[in-house]
Design a protein. Structure first.
Length: 255
């Protein structure tokens, strides 16, 4: 399927591993030039090679912590000057620590808002003027299924992530006339380094336990998620905006 992304420029935040990397790889394979960021130089270079090898799109890596809003805005501006666009923005920032609601003080909640909400908003504010100028754009914000189905052990995530859905919906009418769509992706369990770290010593038993609760009977692969993200970024998804797409194998039974 031609996704209509050849010649487009995509920005993907936190794309040196996991779902961000999978999304950047799919966008490059579809023909987009992909500028991406991460915090570790070695992982950035490894990811650049992987994204570059995925397809015709170019891969440009930048060391960046997305919580540094001024640096993030400068990254958007440099990409626009060097590559054009950006036409696609994928915001992503990882997740806050796990734990129960009363297991954290107010500072932890503030940090979670900074990481999981404000870092996304700052990138959107920097990128949207370029999309308006182009008359075309796709904003995708990667959150978590906890925004739809909070869980006791992920209280920080379940508390702050729903704000992204509210922000996305607030943008829909504002950006629709400019041809810009805005959607949120809410992933469940995928076989990423972050999930691997939660499995403990008995990896196989941990995977089986998670899979048993998923109607499809397995964890997602990063490629599963990347394909969904690339579709929402495509020409084909031009009439989809204001949605929160669960990519969780049916775990939250959100249909």
């Amino acid at each position: 399927m031609d996704l209509g992304l050849r010649g487009r420029v995509a920005l993907v935040a936190a794309a040196t591993s996991g779902l961000g990397l999978a999304t950047a790889r799919e966008l490059a394979a579809a023909g987009a030039d992909v500028a991406f960021c991460g915090r570790d130089e070695a992982r950035l270079e490894a990811a650049r090679k992987e994204i570059d090898a995925a397809g015709p799109g170019r891969a440009v890596a930048t060391r960046l912590d997305v919580r540094d809003h001024e640096a993030a805005a400068a990254w958007v501006g440099r990409t626009a000057a060097d590559l054009g666009g950006p036409h696609v923005l994928v915001t992503n920032a990882g997740g806050p620590p796990a734990g129960p609601a009363l297991g954290f003080g107010l500072d932890a909640y503030r940090d979670a808002v900074e990481l999981c909400v404000l870092s996304h908003i700052a990138l959107v504010q920097a990128a949207v003027p370029h999309m308006r100028d182009a008359g075309w754009g796709r904003v995708l914000m990667i959150a978590s299924e906890t925004m739809r189905q909070p869980t006791p052990e992920l209280a920080l995530s379940g508390t702050v992530r729903p704000a992204l859905a509210g922000f996305a919906k607030a943008l829909v009418r504002e950006l629709g006339p400019a041809g810009v769509t805005v959607n949120v992706l809410a992933p469940g369990y995928h076989l990423t380094p972050a999930v691997e770290a939660l499995l403990g010593d008995d990896r196989d038993a941990g995977l089986a336990g998670i899979a048993a609760g998923i109607p499809l009977g397995r964890l997602g692969s990063p490629a599963d998620f990347g394909a969904a993200a690339a579709f929402l970024a495509s020409e084909r998804a031009g009439f989809i905006t204001g949605t929160t797409l669960l990519v969780d194998g049916g775990l939250t039974q959100g249909i």
